[in-house]
Design a protein around this ligand. Structure first.
Ligand code: ZN
Length: 188
């Protein structure tokens, strides 16, 4: 098959490697796809086994769509992170909804980690998973990386920051696709 013919069907692993610019470090599932069918958000396990122990991976959701990544980067350059930090500070309703969503995420993440690691989950890993927000920060109200918030919202999590980012930058589109067929690597 020519690369163009099968660019958007099948080999997610190859495409994900291309989108990340390296092999994925952790096992993942494709949580959402762009309109052209390419992986948009990846979900990784909240813990991974390395050097003989379980280590925490609090960010869970990864935005890999190049178009959305670029739009979010632009929003960050325009002061988006600071703007959302300010909104969390100024708007009690927004803050409560955001914190409720983060608590849901934390509960899910801890449950999943305990399911995977059982009684081998180290206390320090458990602490990270119990405290960090979706962007990996222990300061729940300090907004730095908007990519993680958007990825969380796109994957169906309750995240008013991610939802506001999504509304602001709009969806990806199929035409032109966000990943050119020839970018997907050698698919022979
Ligand atoms: Zn896309």
């Amino acid at each position: 098959m020519s690369p163009a013919a099968c660019a958007f069907q099948g080999n997610d692993d190859e495409l994900v490697r291309h989108l990340l610019g390296r092999p994925p470090r952790l096992p993942y599932v494709v949580a959402t796809r762009c309109p052209a069918g390419t992986p948009q958000v990846l979900r990784a396990d909240p813990v991974f086994w390395e050097d003989g122990r379980w280590k925490p991976f609090p960010t869970v959701y990864w935005l890999v769509c190049p178009r959305l990544k670029k739009s979010v980067a632009r929003l960050e350059q325009e002061g988006g992170s600071r703007m959302f930090t300010q909104r969390l500070h100024d708007e009690p309703g927004f803050r409560e909804a955001y914190l409720a969503g983060q608590r849901e995420l934390i509960a899910w993440r801890l449950g999943e980690a305990r399911r995977l690691a059982g009684d081998q989950l180290p206390a320090d890993a458990e602490r990270v998973l119990a405290e960090a927000n979706i962007a990996g920060s222990r300061d729940l109200l300090g907004v730095k990386c908007l990519h993680a918030h958007l990825a969380h919202a796109l994957a169906g999590g309750r995240n008013p920051i991610g939802e506001a980012v999504r509304d602001r930058i709009g969806p990806c589109r199929a035409d032109p696709p966000c990943v050119a067929p020839q970018e997907g690597g050698n698919r022979a």
